[in-house]
Design a protein around this ligand. Structure first.
Ligand code: COA
Length: 189
């Protein structure tokens, strides 16, 4: 008997972007983009270099999230070039608490055009609107000023610092916590 594959998440269309389901063919763009040392240095679990085989496993693992209700990971692409992955944006959902953690990265060649802000706004609206979350939060490695700016632009509130919370490379790093509640989001849109 052939099992019918579970349906994937919807494509979220924003002004310039299509946030679409991840595909196995995205693995090489993910390995190159996230494995770039300028990007990987701020992603706790991403090695640099990042082997394509590992990226392929990551795609398969993240695609399991949606049917299990564990969250959603979407490719960031331009609306008029939806096949070309520029980065990813995700909500890792903790259903019992109606909260999710926002994660994102963008290939360095595409920084500085507001794409991450636009992608985060899009998935946050989906999280509060369709997934009915109560809280969305993000955890940023200390010193990652562009990422903190993205979170401030989408209305997130600085909630504190977890000191020496994660090991990346040979060092323990502080984590800066940002959060947004459903009512705050609703009042700002
Ligand atoms: C963080 C990241 C996603 C931002 O992508 P982006 O598309 O360039 O972001 P945007 O253009 O939407 O916004 C970036 C903001 O940071 C600002 N910025 C850039 N460099 C900065 C710096 N050194 N100090 C302060 N602000 C900075 C930009 O000016 C812009 O703000 P503005 O619109 O007010 O001018 C991208 O840099 C990235 O992938 N970094 C590595 C991975 C990562 O950090 N992921 C997040 C983990 S929490």
């Amino acid at each position: 008997m052939n099992a019918t594959p579970a349906p994937g998440p919807p494509t979220l269309v924003t002004t310039r972007l299509a946030l679409r389901d991840l595909r196995a063919e995205d693995a090489s763009a993910i390995a190159a983009g996230a494995g770039d040392p300028r990007v990987a240095r701020y992603l706790v679990q991403v090695p640099s270099p990042y082997p394509v085989a590992l990226a392929r496993r990551w795609v398969a693992h993240r695609r399991e999230w949606w049917p299990l209700g564990r969250g959603v990971t979407l490719a960031i692409a331009l609306r008029d070039a939806p096949d070309q992955l520029l980065g990813t944006v995700s909500l890792r959902r903790f259903a019992r608490d109606r909260r999710a953690e926002l994660g994102y990265w963008l290939a360095a060649a595409h920084w500085g055009h507001g794409f991450a802000t636009e992608a985060c706004r899009g998935i946050v609206a989906f999280g509060f609107g369709q997934l009915e979350l109560a809280r969305i939060y993000a955890q940023v490695l200390a010193g990652n000023a562009p990422s903190m700016r993205v979170l401030e632009k989408i209305g997130m509130v600085h909630e504190g610092v977890k000191r020496q919370h994660v090991k990346k490379g040979h060092h323990l790093h502080d984590i800066v916590l940002y959060g947004l509640l459903r009512d705050e989001w609703r009042n700002s849109t």
